[in-house]
Write a protein that binds this ligand. Structure first.
Ligand SMILES: Nc1nc2c(ncn2[C@@H]2O[C@H](COP(=O)(O)OP(=O)(O)OP(=O)(O)O)[C@@H](O)[C@H]2O)c(=O)[nH]1
Length: 222
């Protein structure tokens, strides 16, 4: 994979405040303008690895479940408002015994996709303890294809997300529904936070998700 160095630079303005300016670095084999780290968090077996594989490769990892050991990452570049955004996505192990390994990675991440409604509060506590203060958090309820085995209703997820002021989406790594949208929404939010233009309206992630939800199929957004 070819790369371009992250090029957000802090500059002082005339009135003494600082602003961030995007500077395109001319390097060989460049492909992206700006990079963000996003962590996938949640209990073991909720589908973190499968969501990442679906997003990256457009495939579903069925068959035997192999738990992640420690932490792993994959990169994907998406287009947002004519910018190439590289998402470096960290897939963490959900098993308790790896928790001390994954804690070390929280502080570098700008975005968290937090999986599943069960134990969401425990994960939020982890995020607040170890992550950056202004980290973007999104709640995902995965395996939406398994309607018959459902243990948490859509309304419960929506209620919980509303209570904590985070966006909520139901996804399926198996069918691909809303997977691309989840990553694209977080990429847009991060891009707007980092490089908001003075006259640009503030990006509303909730509105964006609602407007796109019904359009998104397996790989429909890009
Ligand atoms: N039906 C269905 N099965 C899924 C979906 N996502 C994941 N699975 C299955 O759920 C199991 C666990 O998926 P993983 O992605 O490995 O889970 P994980 O959250 O990464 O687990 P850890 O690595 O232990 O943290 C696997 O058997 C997957 O095939 C989904 O959207 N629908």
């Amino acid at each position: 994979m070819s790369t371009r160095q992250t090029s957000l630079t802090e500059k002082q303005t005339k009135n003494g405040t600082s602003k961030y300016v995007l500077e395109r670095c001319a390097s060989i084999n460049e492909y992206y303008d700006i990079a963000f780290k996003v962590m996938l968090l949640g209990d073991s077996a909720v589908g973190k690895t499968c969501i990442l594989v679906r997003f990256k490769d457009g495939a579903f990892l069925g068959g035997n479940f192999i738990a992640t050991v420690g932490i792993d990452f994959r990169n994907k570049v998406v287009s947002v408002d004519n910018l190439k955004i590289k998402l470096q996505i960290w897939d963490t192990a959900g098993q308790e015994r790896f928790r001390s390994v994954t804690h070390a990675y929280y502080r570098d991440a700008q975005g968290n996709l937090c999986f599943f409604i069960l134990h969401f509060l425990a994960w939020l506590t982890e995020i607040h303890e170890y992550a950056q203060k202004n980290v973007v958090i999104m709640l995902l309820g995965n395996k939406s294809d398994m309607a018959a085995e459902r243990v948490v209703k859509t309304e419960e997820g929506e209620k919980l997300a509303k209570e904590y002021g985070v966006p909520f989406m139901e996804t399926s790594a198996k069918t691909g529904v809303n997977v691309e949208l989840a990553f694209l929404a977080i990429a847009k939010e991060l891009k707007h936070r980092a490089a908001q233009q003075p006259n640009e309206p503030k990006f509303q992630i909730h509105d964006y998700i609602e407007s796109q939800k019904h359009k998104s199929g397996c790989c429909g957004l890009m």
